[in-house]
Ligand binder design. Sequence first.
Ligand SMILES: [Zn+2]
Length: 337
Amino acid sequence: MSQDPYKTLGVEKNADAAAIKSAYRKLARKYHPDVNPDNKAAEDKFKEVSEAYDILSDPAKKAEYDNLGREAFYERGFGGAGYQRPDFSQGGFSFEDIFGDLFGGGSRRSAGRGGAGGFQFDRRFGGQAAPKRGDDAHLNLSISLREAVGGTEAALEVGLPKTCPQCQGQGIVASGGGVRSCPTCGGRGQVSQVENLKAKIPAGIKSGQKVRLKGKGSPGENGGPSGDLLVEVTVLPDPVFTRNGQNLSADLTVGLYDLLLGGTVAAPTLGGRAQLKIPSGTQNGTKMRLKGQGLPATKKEAAGDLYVTLKAALPTKLSAEAKALAEQLAEAAPLEA
Ligand SMILES: [Zn+2]
């Protein structure tokens, strides 16, 4: 039987791995000998379906089948030797082995076998079902500028994909003499489980950078490792400071007299406040630098500076006396404009 595996599984040529697997599972369940005891036709059909899946689930075999076409594939695929059919009749190979793994440890035929994860079934066919690493999961996290600067430990409550505990990821469970779709995961093989995680956000992180939580992504297949959880950090705008690389800038409102006469004012810094000396005659809008008051030094970058832009606050109500004094001042210190 040189079958067309696409036809056997009833999938399109461009079907992806998930569609192929799903089609295979459906048919494997249908023709499962447990469901069809002493039914030779069903058993043959099951072998055919298994062979089709053996070809289409292996990227190398599938590519060769696609390239060579049906006849050439069976004749001279795989280094000219032709396609090697999985042999169902060879010693040591029993349906119990297949179904024990295919249907998880709960099947009555495989009582006593550990619930081995993955399709050992496929491995019997030459190890095509290589361990596959799970997909990475993604999560966005917003933090304040201060948290970004000082580093923080963020508490995350996330729904993470886990291998279904009931069916061990197979999507089906034993039921009576046969099998049925796993009621816990609805046949998907995975369930979402809320987990409380702590993500260490390193000091100096910037918007768009990611923190990787190893092994917290989707579970792997066939014994492969889990993917990672990638936490993408967004640093929220700060009400006081604007960040520019390692430097910070902020506006600071000071009294007109501090600019006019000079004085010492308190400037906001990330750590609290710093004394800022203003020389007499400082212009409105002057930018002053507070060295080292920007972002702290990291392994790669030196500490940044803080630039404070001075904004003059003017008195709003002038008494007659104050007006007279201002007029005197205007005469004594005329503007050079
Ligand atoms: Zn399940």
